[in-house]
Design a protein around this ligand. Structure first.
Ligand code: HEC
Length: 473
């Protein structure tokens, strides 16, 4: 525990990240896909000498600039803030090992922001051909931001044997490229690129829906049908890319998905199942709407329908991103660092010397007091005189090791989980968590509980207070 813990009531810090991230994924993928859509349609309009199409693209580019530049950057910074607070240890690790990656990212990001501004402000001011080229430059820069961030995101799920082999040795940066082009890199890049193109088509439908079907029936029909034809091949390719991706995820992690599929009903991982079902349903509905309401009936296609399409895309994206996150549990960086910041390599040391004993955020006076408690065998006698000290200690254990995934009273509420259990029942769970045997039911989704006997006893006491109704205290 080297950093203070960010305790977010009710929803927990992880959900804060999820809420910001899901919106960010939508906007940022649209920023990439739209980058290809705009110059492509603009070039087409130029070749056909079609002013009406060109005007639509011009209008669309204004919406595109505002939506992606404003919301993309705000939510992007939001992600940095929230991950820095919720997972400081992991954020610091990613920054350290991928310095070069982030440097590249920010360079292309700068080019992306500059070119989209130039693209928008030079409509009718520079020759059309040059304008289209600026659009392509933007598209490439935007896609490169994905090419880079994709490496770092995939690394967290599948760091690869080479990197895991040197993790903790100080030589991690020597294997930068192997960590970057890790096992899920290529399928993930393909899926994300397809998602980008898909979003571009969906947002183009939003713009096209606002064309008056009475006044400009031909324009509306052509644009909508063109956008639907843009979407169809993507719908066909996505399931294949998805299968390739899942196939690249190591068997141990894939096991979590299978757990979900075979236990429909209230169980630990039905969430994954629900995500899968949401994804399939969202896509099937999307296909039906796009074909029946847009392609077959372009003139009557309404803004409301277009927005429903975007919401379905959002649902599909949210479910895939959350499935990916679930696959990684209980790690934040697979096979290296658990969600609560404890590194696999630190487990033995913490169990021998204590988890809180060298924690940077704990006062030396407290540490000495706790050591004295252990020397006196306080946890064994459970004497009331030690109680206050032990509870503070237990709360630190809870904050450091459990709050990353649980809250006290809200999302995955610890109070609910321990409510039906007495001191012994909780002790049993803590023993199972501490031993972390491969056949433990918790092994797949919770990290080992680390620490010395006194610390675990303190956590037990603290959890007792959550379980006990207030009047019994
Ligand atoms: C990596 C995330 C993660 C961390 C860290 C974590 N848990 Fe959990 N825990 C879960 C998940 C996921 C579940 C299952 C939730 C569900 O069933 O909805 C769970 C369930 C539980 C349950 C209920 C188990 C049951 O059989 O009913 C208890 C008790 C629990 N956790 C205690 C703890 C304690 C104590 C800590 C800290 C030492 C901790 N957890 C840390 C993810 C985590």
């Amino acid at each position: 525990m080297n950093y203070p813990v960010w305790e977010v009531p009710v929803i927990g810090s992880q959900l804060v990240i999820a809420i910001i991230a899901i919106f960010h994924v939508l906007v940022s993928h649209f920023a990439v896909g739209g980058g290809f859509y705009l110059p492509m349609v603009e070039a087409l309009a130029r070749r056909n000498g079609d002013r009406a199409w060109r005007d639509v693209v011009k209008k669309h580019s204004k919406f595109f600039l505002i939506f992606t530049a404003v919301f993309g950057t705000i939510t992007g910074v939001g992600i940095w803030f929230s991950i820095g607070l919720a997972n400081p240890e992991a954020t610091s690790t990613l920054i350290h090992y991928f310095v070069f990656g982030w440097a590249m990212e920010w360079v292309v990001f700068l080019i992306e922001l500059t070119t989209i501004a130039v693209y928008y402000y030079t409509w009718d001011r520079i020759p059309d051909r040059l304008h289209v080229r600026v659009g392509w430059l933007y598209a490439i820069a935007a896609w490169l931001t994905l090419v880079i961030i994709n490496g770092i995101l995939c690394f967290m799920l599948t760091p690869g044997d080479t990197w895991v082999g040197v993790a903790g040795s100080g030589k991690e940066t020597h294997v930068f490229w192997s960590a970057f082009f890790n096992p899920t890199y290529w399928p993930s890049l393909v899926i994300r690129t397809l998602f980008c193109l898909c979003l571009a088509g969906c947002f183009a439908l939003v713009t096209a829906s606002r064309i008056d079907g009475e006044k400009q029936p031909q324009l509306k029909t052509e644009l909508i049908q063109w956008s639907v034809r843009w979407l169809l091949p993507i719908f066909v390719l996505l399931p294949f890319a998805g299968a390739w991706y899942v196939w690249q995820v190591p068997q141990v992690q894939r096991h979590l998905l299978e757990l979900g599929l075979s236990t429909i009903g209230p169980g630990a991982f039905t969430l994954v199942t629900r995500m899968g079902v949401t994804f399939v349903l969202a896509f099937a509905t999307l296909l039906a709407i796009v074909y029946l309401l847009a392609y077959r009936n372009p003139r009557d296609f309404k803004l409301g329908t277009a927005i429903v399409i975007i919401l379905l895309m959002q649902a599909a994206i949210a479910s895939t991103e959350m499935t990916r996150e679930m696959l990684r549990k209980p790690f934040v960086i697979a096979r290296h660092m658990y969600s609560n910041g404890v590194r696999l390599s630190q487990v033995a040391g913490y169990n021998r010397d204590g988890y809180l004993t060298r924690a940077a955020i704990i006062r030396a006076a407290d540490q000495q007091a706790w050591a004295a408690l252990d020397a006196a065998g306080a946890f064994a006698t459970n004497s009331p005189g030690y109680r206050a000290q032990m509870l503070t200690r237990g709360q630190f254990m809870f904050r450091g090791q459990c709050l990353a995934c649980h809250t006290v009273d809200g999302y995955r509420s610890m109070r609910d989980f321990v409510a039906t259990r007495d001191h012994k029942g909780i002790a049993n769970i803590l023993t199972m968590l501490h031993e972390h045997k491969p056949d433990s039911p918790y092994h797949a989704f919770m990290p080992p509980l680390v620490g010395i006997q006194g610390e675990i006893a303190a956590l037990n006491l603290y959890l007792d207070t959550l379980a006990a109704p207030p009047e019994k205290k």
